[in-house]
Write a protein that binds this ligand. Structure first.
Ligand code: ZN
Length: 156
């Protein structure tokens, strides 16, 4: 029987080889935000459309472009699955939980967040043992965060 680490490695490789929600969305209506991790050379482009305003807004579509290491690209793929069709309030909770798992400084897990199910994102928890790769894993989330800001606070 394969161990948990093997299972996690399989999930990461599967998302790297067969990334979900790759592509582009037309801008506008979508917002397009680029993210870059100079330490590793990872690039992520997030295309995002939302419906609604504030925490009740729902991500109606998300597509990912870019290139980089297996951690950055598989994390982006898993991220799209975790946020597609979800309200912003839920996405923020998953984002906090994920960053807490990654040991990002200054993020305290709220009590409510312990209920959050990370699903396949749990597969990335081994990354925390390799501090230089943590930036790879959180790049897509930071880019998503900027994209949500841009989508929810459009500059007139
Ligand atoms: Zn990387």
């Amino acid at each position: 029987m394969p161990g948990l680490e093997d299972l996690y490695r399989e999930i990461i490789l599967d998302h790297y080889r067969t990334p979900r929600n790759r592509g582009e969305l037309e801008t506008p209506p979508a917002v397009k935000i680029d993210g870059h991790n100079p330490l590793c050379g990872d690039e992520i482009t997030v295309y995002l459309t939302v419906d609604g305003t504030g925490d009740d807004a729902v991500v109606t579509d998300i597509k990912i472009g870019g290139q980089g290491c297996s951690i950055s690209q598989s994390s982006a793929s898993m991220m799209t699955k975790a946020v597609m069709g979800k309200p912003v309030s839920e996405i923020n909770a998953v984002m906090r939980r994920f960053k807490t798992m990654m040991g990002i400084d200054g993020i305290e897990m709220a009590d409510a967040d312990s209920e959050v199910d990370l699903g396949e994102l749990e597969a990335l928890q081994g990354v925390v043992k390799f501090p230089v790769r943590i930036k790879c894993a959180v790049l897509s989330w930071n880019t998503l965060s900027n994209a949500l800001d841009a989508a929810l606070n459009p500059v007139e």
